[in-house]
Structure formats: C-alpha cells, structure tokens
Design a protein around this ligand. Structure first.
Ligand SMILES: [Zn+2]
Length: 57
C-alpha cells in the first residue's frame, strides 16, 4: 500500500486540523496561527504536529 499523498495534521499550538501534502517541498505552516506543521526533508515530511489521519486520493 502506497503512503497517502495527503495527511491531516493537528497543530501543536492551536489544535486546528489542516490537510497537508505528506512530501512537501517547502515548510507548511498552520493557516490559523502560523506554527510550523511540516518541514521538508526531500522525502516524507517531518511532521511537527500529530498526524490525525491520512486522506485517500
Ligand atoms: Zn495553529
């Protein structure tokens, strides 16, 4: 089973949930408070918040 392209991450600061690309090319910030949610690694992103669930394509 291939990894899901998108995941829902819970922001560690405001607990808001945001759907993000699982292999981002750039840092992904929370749309509500601006906290860093995912850091790019060149592969699977480094998630700073809790991954709530994956999103099927
Ligand atoms: Zn936030």
């Amino acid at each position: 089973m291939a990894p899901a392209p998108f995941v829902v991450v819970k922001c560690p600061d405001c607990s808001g949930e945001q759907t993000v690309f699982s292999r981002p090319a750039t840092t992904v910030n929370c749309s509500v408070c601006g906290a860093t949610l995912v850091l790019p690694t060149g592969g699977h992103g480094n998630f700073r918040g809790e991954v709530v669930r994956t999103v099927a394509p």
